[in-house]
Design a protein around this ligand. Structure first.
Ligand SMILES: C[S@@+](CC[C@H](N)C(=O)[O-])C[C@H]1O[C@@H](n2cnc3c(N)ncnc32)[C@H](O)[C@@H]1O
Length: 390
C-alpha cells in the first residue's frame, strides 16, 4: 500500500467516543488524509509518523499498518488470499507470530477461527518456500498481525504497537476497578483542560487519572515508560529515526506550574497510587493523601476535578445514592470556581449529584456504557435543584 513520498495507510484503534480526540492528536503530529471511523481513525503517514503515533498519541490503543485487503465469502477465500502475501518480507522463518482476529457483521462469527485460518495460511506459505514454519508466541511475538473482517471485506495488517498502547508501563500494581489509561487520557483531553489551573481527583484509586494528567501537563509522551513497541522488531526498523524521535520529545517536555492532587478513602488504594507515582518518578509532581471526599480540602480558586467514583457493582444502591449525594454536596460547598467531570455507568445515581450537567458524553469503561458529565461549580450552584435533569 506504500506510494509516493513514502507514505502509506495506517489505522489507529481507540475506544468509543475518543475518535475525534484521536484524530486531533494525529493531525497534530502531521498525519495526512485523516478520516474518522467507528472506534478507529484512518490516516496516511510514513515510518516516522507511525513511530510517533505509537509514542505520542494518548488516545490510541493500536496503530495498524494494512498490507492486504480482499473480499472474503468463505474460509477458502481467507486462506488463499492470506497465503498469497509474501510474508518473508515481514518476518523470518525463525521468528514468531501472533494473530488477532476481529469480526463484525460478517459471515465469519468467530474471531478465534479467523485468527487460526490466518495463522495456517502464513505458516503454510513459509513451509512451501523454506520447508520450515515459524512458530506462534501469543505473549511476545516478533510480529503481531491483525485480521479484521467487516461484512465481506478483509483487511490484514501488521500491528506496529505490539502490546496494546494502554499498557503504558508506569502502573506496577492496581487496586479494584482501575480505569483504562487510554480512557483516562481521553477524559482529560475531552475536558478541554488547558493546563492553566490545579487538577484534582478526590477518588483517585491507584492514581491512573492523576498520572495521565501529569504526563499531559508536562508534555511527557504517552509511551515514555513502555518497554517496547512492535515496530522495533520489524525488518525495516530504523533505530536512528526512533532514537531521534525519543530525543526530540525530551526537548519538548514542559514545566507545569499548578498542583496535581489526589486523595482516596482507601489506605490500600493510596499505597498503590503512591507506589505507581514513585515508579514513574513523578512523586514531585503529584500530591497524594488519604482522605474521604467529604474531608478533603481542594486548593482555592480555579481548578478542574476529574473523577471515577464507584459505579455500584460493589456498593449497595442505597449507599451509592448517598455517595453521589455527598459528592454533589461537597462540590457545591468546597469546589467553587472548579469545573468537575464525573464518569459513571450509574445514570440513576448520577442524578443524585444534584447539579445540572452542562455536557454529557457517552464513553465506555470496559463493557459498561457511561456518562462523562461536566458540572460548572460557581456560587449559584448551591441553589440548583436537588435533582438534575437527565
Ligand atoms: C472506581 S475506583 C477509582 C479507580 C481509579 N480511577 C483508578 O484508576 O485506579 C473508585 C475509588 O473511589 C474511592 N472512594 C469511594 N468512596 C469514597 C469517598 N467517600 N471518599 C474518597 N474516596 C472514595 C474508592 O476507595 C476507590 O478507590
Amino acid at each position: 500500500m506504500e506510494n509516493k513520498k513514502n507514505t502509506f495507510q495506517l489505522i489507529a484503534k481507540t475506544l468509543f467516543g475518543l475518535e475525534e480526540i484521536l484524530a486531533e492528536e494525529l493531525t497534530g503530529i502531521g498525519a495526512l488524509d485523516v478520516e474518522i471511523l467507528k472506534r478507529a481513525v484512518k490516516f496516511r503517514g510514513d515510518n516516522e509518523l507511525m513511530y510517533k503515533a505509537n509514542y505520542l498519541c494518548r488516545t490510541a490503543l493500536r496503530i495498524l499498518k494494512p498490507i492486504a485487503g480482499f473480499e472474503v465469502n468463505n474460509e477458502d477465500d481467507l486462506y488463499r488470499n492470506v497465503r498469497k502475501t509474501e510474508w518473508w518480507k515481514y518476518m523470518d522463518v525463525n521468528d514468531t507470530l501472533a494473530i488477532d482476529g476481529v469480526v463484525s457483521n460478517s459471515v465469519f462469527t468467530h474471531s478465534k477461527y479467523v485468527a487460526l485460518k490466518t495463522k495456517d495460511a502464513i505458516v503454510d506459505s513459509f513451509r512451501d518456500k523454506f520447508d520450515k514454519r515459524p512458530s506462534v508466541n501469543i505473549a511476545n511475538p516478533t510480529l503481531r498481525i491483525n485480521t479484521h473482517i467487516y461484512k465481506n471485506q478483509c483487511t490484514v495488517s501488521l500491528d506496529s504497537s505490539g502490546d496494546s498502547l494502554h499498557k503504558r508501563g508506569y502502573r506496577t500494581i492496581t487496586d479494584k476497578a482501575p480505569i483504562n489509561e487510554v480512557l483516562a487520557a481521553g477524559m482529560i483531553l475531552l475536558s478541554g483542560w488547558q493546563k492553566d489551573c490545579n487538577f484534582v481527583d478526590p477518588m483517585c484509586g491507584s492514581g491512573t487519572i492523576l498520572i495521565e494528567a501529569v504526563l499531559f501537563a508536562n508534555n511527557i509522551p504517552a509511551g515514555y515508560y513502555r518497554k517496547g513497541f512492535g515496530f522495533e522488531k520489524w525488518k525495516d526498523f530504523d533505530a536512528d529515526l526512533w532514537n531521534n524521535i525519543k530525543k526530540e520529545s525530551l526537548t519538548e517536555q514542559t514545566e507545569f506550574e499548578y498542583k496535581i492532587i489526589g486523595s482516596d478513602s482507601s489506605h490500600k488504594a493510596i499505597g498503590i497510587a503512591k507506589q505507581n507515582k514513585r515508579f514513574a518518578r513523578l512523586h514531585k509532581d503529584i500530591e497524594i493523601c488519604y482522605n474521604s471526599i467529604e474531608n478533603q480540602i481542594p486548593p482555592e480558586g480555579k481548578g478542574i476535578l476529574i473523577t471515577n467514583p464507584p459505579y455500584g457493582e460493589r456498593l449497595k444502591s442505597d449507599d451509592l445514592i448517598q455517595l453521589y449525594k455527598t459528592i454533589g454536596d461537597v462540590l457545591k460547598k468546597k469546589y467553587n470556581g472548579y469545573t468537575a467531570w464525573i464518569i459513571s455507568s450509574d445514570l440513576e445515581a448520577l442524578k443524585f449529584v444534584g447539579l445540572k450537567p452542562s455536557k454529557k458524553i457517552i464513553l465506555f469503561n470496559g463493557p459498561l456504557e457511561c456518562r462523562f458529565a461536566k458540572y460548572e461549580i460557581y456560587e449559584g450552584s448551591r441553589k440548583q435543584s436537588a435533582v438534575s435533569s437527565r
